[in-house]
Design a binder for this molecule. Structure first.
Ligand SMILES: [Zn+2]
Length: 169
């Protein structure tokens, strides 16, 4: 199952190494474009990417070693997570990440997803948390399930959790 320790490790690793974005794709047959959220992490070592795949799913692709003039570059790997799983992980990690550039990447990726073409015709049942904030955040649960939370209450509860954790360390 996913623990706070897994999340803290993931936040620390991804805020250094990951790219968060909306990958835009166009259907060649219809000409309509859509987009999917994507998290990608390039890495020379495979081990941390295996850990990410174990925790969150996704795919690892290998880039073979390249022979260059003076040396042979080591093979490298890229872990990629896309779609609703990527969106959920972005929202889950948001309050745990400190790097302002990565926070901006996540905000942009999620905003672009919300305003992507075709969004207006989606039927969105809006409900609210007990305090009346709209549910606007997907949270990962164990087993890959997701639940909806409001961003305000979720961020406040995670910050309080991390503060207690630091206080007791
Ligand atoms: Zn709330």
């Amino acid at each position: 199952m996913l623990t706070i320790r897994d999340l803290a490790w993931t936040a620390g690793f991804l805020e250094g190494e990951a790219t968060f974005r909306l990958r835009v794709n166009t259907n060649r047959a219809t000409g309509r474009s859509g987009g999917t959220n994507e998290i990608s992490v390039p890495q020379n070592e495979r081990a941390p990417l295996d850990r990410l795949r174990l925790l969150y799913g996704g795919n690892i692709t290998a880039r073979p070693e390249r022979r260059q003039r003076h040396h042979i570059s080591k093979p490298s790997y890229v872990w990629t997570l896309s779609g609703i799983a990527a969106r959920g992980l972005m929202m889950t990690l948001y309050p745990l990440i400190a790097n302002p550039a990565k926070l901006a990447q996540i905000r942009t990726a999620l905003d672009q997803w919300r305003t992507r073409p075709g969004t207006g015709i989606r039927n969105r049942a809006k409900t609210a948390c007990p305090k009346g904030h709209p549910y606007d955040t997907l949270i990962l649960l164990k087993g890959g399930k997701q639940t909806r939370r409001c961003r305000q209450c979720y961020n406040a509860s995670m910050r309080a959790f991390m503060a207690r954790r630091r206080g007791s360390a």
